[in-house]
Design a binder for this molecule. Structure first.
Ligand SMILES: Cc1cc2nc3c(=O)[nH]c(=O)nc-3n(C[C@H](O)[C@H](O)[C@H](O)COP(=O)(O)OP(=O)(O)OC[C@H]3O[C@@H](n4cnc5c(N)ncnc54)[C@H](O)[C@@H]3O)c2cc1C
Length: 484
């Protein structure tokens, strides 16, 4: 790859100069970006990572989504992350649904189990989730990035870019010392909201498509802007025996009609509970509120906690007795499930999900997944027959030759994204993006799929059912009963 110097921004407030040279600049530090940066750097590319926040992991750490849902194909880097977390006490655990769960309760609770075989998490149907300490995940990711040789720039936000003749020439980022211009041969957009692709003028979509777009069987005839719900996750810890109950006071200016008790609850390895309130803010409301959304969501989760404590306390036979728990942490980042998506060289759609790996005809499948079509009540949801493949072309824009999109905003239809967006699937997509740019450089849009798949397999990514799908493995017995 050609090495170019990063240069000083010519705008007046430039204070910072980046003096090194980079083949690849990855923007956004979530699951996708982490995978992309580590994979590219390990294969010898000079990588710069730019992340707006204080650490890595994005939604998985800073939005408190410290839960890896069971999913086929979560192999390669996510599996390595799990094994590194396992080396640290109380950092990670497989989970199983609580025996005491009752359908009339408004939450789904999961407990840690002693089993440790990672393959148990590789199936939506019979697999088990994994819960981890978010701060430890951040540390493990920081270590892996440092070991890979990639350069990391935290608290630095992408602002704008300069595109000419189908190429991004440079991007402008803003850090604590002001603005800087970064030049690189290739850029990978892992900002979730695909801010680079937006700025580069790539075609995008938001919300549901009508059947006329991809002929999806369950696409709505008259699509409205309906987005998957947003959630602000929080952590609660049990009170000591002699501590009096502390009922969370109800904020005065909160609309209680918007706060439902429905919660996904996961047990942290240390016994605390992760509360993911599913119905507290619609995706559309979060999108329209923009930066104000977190502040409003924060009031709603205090109300959410109050409702659980007063309705499901010790006297209600609830296994959690929420009045004996108190909030110890509220996520600094609102959990946003859906915003803009790229319309790239191929758009993953409902037909892919239903055909499954065996029925799909793509020769560039670089990740497996099998999560349900899941809109959290905002639109109809359903389980899938089995695992499907995600083609590499979903990461490639049509309009820009040196840009890849490796995050939840990749080229998926709204229905496709509702299934594929899981953290570990995003990490595998990132791994594919990083691997491809290291292998093919600026020719990445003319990738050789066999070469790419062969490298991914070498690096632990399972692209067949026998190695990537728990239900197809003969030598391991799932902990949980198949769910349907
Ligand atoms: C409430 C909720 C619950 C979920 N539950 C689960 C679950 O149980 N299991 C599961 O596997 N998945 C779950 N998901 C889905 C999954 O967590 C996300 O889809 C996935 O983590 C997204 O990864 P990503 O890399 O695309 O984006 P993110 O992890 O969101 O990372 C994007 C990163 O880009 C950075 N960024 C944004 N803008 C800029 C900028 N201008 N400049 C620089 N950096 C920028 C952000 O700071 C962030 O770090 C859930 C999601 C939500 C919101």
């Amino acid at each position: 790859m050609n090495k170019r110097n990063t240069s000083i921004d010519e705008t007046k407030n430039t204070k910072d100069v980046l003096e090194d040279t980079y083949d690849v600049c990855v923007v956004g530090g979530g699951s996708g970006r982490f995978g992309a940066a580590v994979a590219a750097a390990r294969l010898g590319a000079r990588v710069l990572l730019v992340e707006a926040g204080r650490g890595l992991g994005g939604t998985s750490t800073w939005a408190g989504v410290n839960n890896y849902e069971p999913v086929a194909g979560a192999t390669g880097l996510p599996e390595e992350v799990y094994h590194r977390l396992r080396e640290i006490p109380n950092a990670v655990a497989l989970q199983c649904r609580r025996e005491s769960h009752r359908p009339e309760w408004f939450w789904g609770g999961f407990d840690c189990v002693p089993e440790t075989d990672y393959r148990l998490s590789l199936s939506r149907r019979g697999g088990t989730p994994i819960t981890f300490e978010p701060e430890t995940l951040n540390q493990v990711m920081l270590d892996m990035v440092a070991l890979s040789g990639a350069t990391l720039l935290l608290q630095t936000r992408f602002k704008s870019l300069n595109r000419q003749n189908g190429y991004i020439q440079s991007i402008v980022v803003e850090g604590s010392n002001g603005n800087a211009v970064i030049q690189a041969d290739i850029f990978i957009d892992s900002t979730a909201g695909i801010y680079l692709a937006q700025a580069a003028g790539c075609q995008m979509a938001i919300g549901p498509e009508s059947p006329s777009v991809y002929e999806e069987p369950s696409a709505p005839e008259k699509p409205d802007l309906v987005l998957n719900n947003a959630s602000l996750c929080y952590r609660i810890t049990p009170l000591k025996k002699d501590e009096p109950s502390q009922i969370q006071s109800l904020p005065t200016d909160v609309d209680l009609n918007k706060v439902q008790p429905v919660t996904s609850i996961r047990t942290y390895p240390n016994g605390d509970l992760n509360m993911n309130p599913i119905h507290m803010m619609t995706g559309k409301e979060a999108y329209e509120l923009g930066e104000k959304a977190h502040e409003i969501a924060q009031k709603r989760i205090l109300a959410h906690s109050h409702i659980l404590q007063t309705r499901y306390g010790a006297q209600n036979e609830s296994p959690f007795s929420f009045d004996r728990w108190r909030i110890v942490w509220v996520s600094p980042m609102l959990g946003v499930r859906e915003t803009h998506r790229l319309v790239g060289q191929y758009v993953l759609r409902e037909q892919d999900l239903d055909s499954g790996l065996r029925g799909q005809v793509h020769d560039d499948v670089i990740a497996l997944a099998d999560h349900s079509i899941d809109f959290h009540g905002a639109r109809p949801s359903r389980e899938l027959p089995g695992p499907y493949g995600i083609p590499f072309r979903c990461l490639l824009p049509i309009e820009v030759d040196n840009l890849l999109v490796a995050c939840r905003g990749a080229s998926f239809s709204s229905i496709g994204a509702s299934s594929s967006r899981l953290s570990r699937t995003m990490m595998v997509l990132g791994q594919a993006a990083g691997t491809a740019v290291a292998l093919f450089g600026t020719d990445v849009h003319r990738f050789d799929s066999e070469v790419l798949k062969s490298q991914l397999r070498k690096d632990g990514v399972a692209l067949d059912l026998k190695t990537g799908y728990l239900d197809a493995m003969d030598d391991i017995v799932p902990i949980a009963k198949p769910r349907w």
